[in-house]
Ligand binder design. Sequence first.
Ligand code: ZN
Length: 282
Amino acid sequence: MTKDQSLARSLTRRRALLAGAAAVGAAGTAGWLASVAGEEPIRPAAPAAGPHASRALKPSAHRLQPLTGYGPPRAAPRRTLIRRKPFLRVSGRGRAMVLTFDDGPDARYTPYILDTLREYDVRAMFFVCGEMVAENKDLVARMADEGHVVGNHTWSHPLLTRLSRRRIRAEMERTCDIVEEAYGERPAWFRAPYGAWNRATFQLGADLGMEPLAWTVDTLDWTTPGTRTIVDRVEDGAAPGVVVLSHDAGGDRTQSVLALRAYLPQLLDSGYFVTVPERKYT
Ligand SMILES: [Zn+2]
C-alpha cells in the first residue's frame, strides 16, 4: 500500500475518491484515453452556463484531469466537445479493459458486484438511472468510496430519440443532480439507453459536461442466456481497449453477478488490467 493510499483511509469520501484515481494511475493507466476511430468534433461546446459553470472551479474537477499532468490549468473552464458518435472503446498502452454496469443501482444485485470488484481491487463504471439512485443513494456513496466511476444513464431509461429536447435535457440534468448529491461529483460520462443516440443527446450531454460512452462487447446479460454464456462472451471478446456492457438492474441479474465472479479473475490472470477511462481533454 502506498503512502497516499494509507492516507486515504482517514479522508472524506471525496478525497478517498481522489486517492482512488491516483491508485488507478499508479496501476499504469495514466495517459490512456477514451477514443473513437475517425471521430471529429463538430465544434467546441461553450463553457457550461448556469449552475454548472462554477463546477470547473471546484477542487474536485482536478480528479478529471489527466494524471500525467498535461491537463489545463485547474481554473480553466471545462469544455466538452460535441461528438457525432459515442466512444466505443478505450485506447492507450497496456491490456486495459473497462467493465460497465447499467440501469442500477439495485439493492438485490449491485452490492454483490461491488463485493467482487473490491475482492479483486479493480474499479468499474456504473451507468446509473436517477430513479434508481433515489432509492439507493447508499450504494452510490459506496461506489464513490471504492473509487468507481458513476455515469449518467438518464432518470427513467426512456428511448431518448422519441423525446423532445426539453425532456431529454430534464432526463439528463435531473440525473446529474442526484448523482452529485449521492456520489459527490457530477457525472463526466453519459450513456444513452438502448444505445439510441441522436444529435440532441450529444449536444445536451456536452452542455452538461459529459462525454458519450457506448461499449465494445455486449454480454446481452439482460436476456438471461445463462452464466456460462455471459462468461464466454466476455472472454471471447476480451482485447485491449474493450468496454464490456453488463447490467446490475432491470430484472433478475443473478447471472450477471455470478458471471463477474468467473470472468474477472480469468481476465486478470490473462494479463488484463480492469480499470476506468480517463476523462479526455481536448
Ligand atoms: Zn440501460
